[in-house]
Design a protein around this ligand. Structure first.
Ligand code: GLN
Length: 536
C-alpha cells in the first residue's frame, strides 16, 4: 500500500508550496522510492485551460493532454513522476462528477452532501492516482491557504484520510511563513501559531512544519514553534530564501527531512545523497562561467508565472552550456513604441513564446523579422512559430496581408488557419490540439542535428495550424518544414536555410525540459546565442 503526504499552506500564498512538494518528492525518490504528486485546486473551474494568464499563470500541459496547474511542471522537473489528467483535481471536477452520478441515480435516493459525498469523491481521486501510478509515496499539495472557505472540503478529505488509512500511513506537512519584522528586529512565530491553530480546528495536527523565512531560525525560535504548534523540534524545518529553486532539495536533505518522513512511515530505505544533483544542477546554476542575453518577446512579461516552463527551460539550457541566461523581457506592444533597435540590438538571441489573441502580435512579427534579417539566433514556440510563418509570408513571399485566421478571420492569405474539424467546435474548454503527438524529423535539418533522431514526441496546446496550401511557395523561398505530424501531415517545425539558428515549433518543448537534461531545442538555441555573443 502507498503512503500519503498532504501538504498545506498557511499565513500567505506564494510560499513556494509547489517547489516544496516537488523537492520532498525529489529527496524521497533519491531514497529509491517511487513517488507521484498531485495538486488539489479549490477553484470551481474544471481546469485552468480557459483562465487568463493574469488569473492563473502558465497552463501546464501533460503528456495525456490535460491542461493543469503549473505546479505539475515543478513535479515533473524535480522528479521522474509522469503527470496525467488525474494528478490535478479541482472543485469543478469533483462537483461535475458528483452531480453526474446524482443525475444517474447512483446515490440511491440519498441527500448529496459535502460530507461524505464530496469528500469521498476527493479521496477516491487520491486512491486512484496511487493505484494507477503504482507509486509508493503519493504527495498531495492542497492549493490555497488554510482558512480559505473553498479549501475546506479538501482539508476535510485529507483529515479523513488518516482515519481511513491508519496513522502511520499519512503525514501532514504545513508550509508556513515565519516573518522577520525589521522595526522590532525580531522573528515572529505568531502567524505560524495561528495557522497551525486553524488547521487543528479542522482536525489536522501537522507532523512537520516547513518554515519559510528570510533570516535563519535560532534554536530558541525552533523550540518555541515546536512547543506552541505541538510539532517535534527536529520536524521544524527551515526553508530560507535561495538563489535557485534547485537548491531546496539539498536544504531539506541537510535537515534530514527525508529521514523524518520515512521514520513516520516506518520505512527503511537505502541511503542516498544528492551529489549528482548538487554537481550537475545546483553548482552549475550558481556558478556559471559565461553570460548570454536573450530577448523574450511576449505579452505577459510582467507576470512571473505566465511563462514558467519556458523560463525554466532557458535556465536548464544555461546549466548545460555553463552560462547564466539574462532574460531581457520585451513587451511586444511596447517594443513597437520604443523602437526595435532599442529593444533588440543588445541581445544575442530572440525567443517568441506561445500566446493567444491579436494583442502584441505585430510586435512579435517585427522581432522575428529582425532576427531573420540580422541573423540573430531565434526560437519560436507555438504562437511564435505561427508568427514566424506570417512574417515570412509578408516579407519574403510578399503577401502583405498574410495573417492567421485567429487574428483576421477573412484575411486574403490565411497562412495559419483552422482545420475543418476545429471549425465545428463551439466549447472553449479542453478542445484544442492537446498533449503529446509524434513528429517526424527531416534528415539534414537543424532539427535533426539537435534531436539526433527521426521521431520525437512533444506536447501541444493550440487550435490553429500551418495552412498546407502555401507549403510549396514557402519551400521555394527557403523555408524548411523539418518536422511533420505524419498521420495528419501537419507542420510541426519550420526553420530557415542560410541562417545560423532559426527554428520555430508548433508544440511546447518547454514542458519536457529538465534541470539535469536540458531540452535539445533550448540547449541548441543557447549554444547558438552564446556563439553569436562572441562574434559581436
Ligand atoms: N493561439 C494559437 C493557437 O491557438 C497559439 C497557441 C499557443 O501559442 N499555445 O493556435
Amino acid at each position: 500500500m502507498a503512503k500519503f503526504i498532504f501538504i498545506t499552506g498557511g499565513v500567505i500564498s506564494s510560499l513556494g508550496k509547489g517547489i516544496t512538494s516537488a523537492s520532498i518528492g525529489k529527496i524521497l525518490e533519491s531514497r529509491g522510492l517511487k513517488v507521484t504528486l498531485m495538486k488539489f485546486d479549490p477553484y470551481i473551474n474544471v481546469d485552468p485551460g480557459t483562465m487568463n494568464p493574469y488569473q492563473h499563470g502558465e497552463v501546464y500541459v501533460t503528456e495525456d493532454g490535460a491542461e493543469t496547474d503549473l505546479d505539475l511542471g515543478h513535479y515533473e522537473r524535480f522528479t521522474r513522476a509522469q503527470m496525467t489528467r488525474f494528478n490535478n483535481v479541482t472543485t469543478g471536477q469533483i462537483y461535475n462528477t458528483v452531480i453526474s452520478k446524482e443525475r444517474h441515480g447512483d446515490y440511491l435516493g440519498k441527500t448529496i452532501q459535502v460530507i461524505p459525498h464530496i469528500t469521498d469523491e476527493i479521496k477516491e481521486r487520491v486512491k486512484k492516482v496511487a493505484k494507477v501510478s503504482g507509486a509508493e509515496i503519493v504527495i498531495v499539495e492542497i492549493g490555497g491557504t488554510v482558512g480559505d472557505i473553498e479549501g475546506l472540503p479538501f482539508l476535510e478529505a485529507a483529515r479523513q484520510f488518516r482515519l481511513d488509512m491508519g496513522y502511520e500511513n499519512v503525514v501532514y506537512i504545513h508550509v508556513t511563513l515565519v516573518p522577520y519584522v525589521k522595526v522590532a528586529d525580531e522573528i515572529k512565530t505568531k502567524p505560524t501559531q495561528h495557522s497551525v491553530g486553524t488547521l487543528r480546528e479542522i482536525g489536522i495536527q501537522p507532523d512537520i512544519l516547513i518554515c519559510r523565512t528570510e533570516k535563519s531560525l535560532s534554536e530558541e525560535i525552533k523550540e518555541k514553534i515546536s512547543l506552541f504548534c505541538n510539532v517535534q523540534k527536529e520536524a521544524v524545518i527551515e526553508a530560507p530564501d535561495v538563489n535557485s529553486i534547485y537548491e531546496i532539495p539539498l536544504i531539506f536533505k541537510n535537515q534530514i527531512l527525508d529521514e523524518i518522513i520515512l521514520s513516520h512511515f516506518k520505512l527503511i530505505c537505502k541511503l542516498s545523497n544528492l551529489d549528482e544533483w548538487k554537481k550537475n544542477v545546483v553548482e552549475k546554476v550558481l556558478n556559471p562561467k559565461e553570460k548570454v542575453k536573450i530577448a523574450f518577446v511576449g505579452k505577459y512579461i510582467t507576470l512571473q508565472d505566465a511563462y514558467k516552463s519556458v523560463y525554466e527551460a532557458l535556465i536548464h539550457a544555461g546549466i548545460e552550456n555553463n552560462c547564466r541566461i539574462e532574460i531581457k523581457k520585451v513587451d511586444s506592444e511596447e517594443m513597437e513604441r520604443r523602437g526595435i533597435e532599442k529593444s533588440l540590438s543588445d541581445v544575442s538571441g530572440i525567443l517568441v513564446p506561445g500566446g493567444f489573441g491579436y494583442r502584441g502580435i505585430e510586435g512579435k512579427i517585427k522581432a522575428i523579422k529582425y532576427a531573420r534579417e540580422k541573423k540573430i539566433p531565434f526560437l519560436g514556440l507555438c504562437l511564435g512559430m505561427q508568427c514566424a510563418v506570417i512574417e515570412f509570408a509578408r516579407n519574403v513571399l510578399g503577401f502583405r496581408e498574410a495573417n492567421s485566421t485567429e487574428f483576421k478571420p477573412r484575411t486574403k492569405y490565411p497562412v495559419i488557419s483552422l482545420l475543418e474539424e476545429q471549425k465545428r467546435i463551439e466549447d472553449l474548454g479542453g478542445t484544442m490540439r492537446l498533449g503529446s503527438y509524434p513528429c517526424k524529423i527531416k534528415k539534414n535539418s537543424l532539427a535533426f542535428q539537435l534531436y539526433r533522431r527521426n521521431l520525437i514526441y512533444e506536447r501541444h496546446r493550440h487550435r490553429y495550424e500551418f495552412n498546407n496550401k502555401y507549403k510549396n511557395l514557402f519551400q521555394n523561398k527557403g523555408m524548411v518544414f523539418s518536422g511533420i505530424y505524419p498521420q495528419r501531415n501537419l507542420v510541426e517545425m519550420v526553420e530557415l536555410k542560410n541562417h545560423p539558428f532559426f527554428i520555430a515549433v508548433q508544440f511546447h518543448p518547454e514542458f519536457k525540459s529538465k534541470p539535469d537534461k536540458a531540452h535539445p531545442l533550448f540547449k541548441g538555441f543557447i549554444k547558438a546565442a552564446l556563439e553569436n555573443s562572441k562574434i559581436k
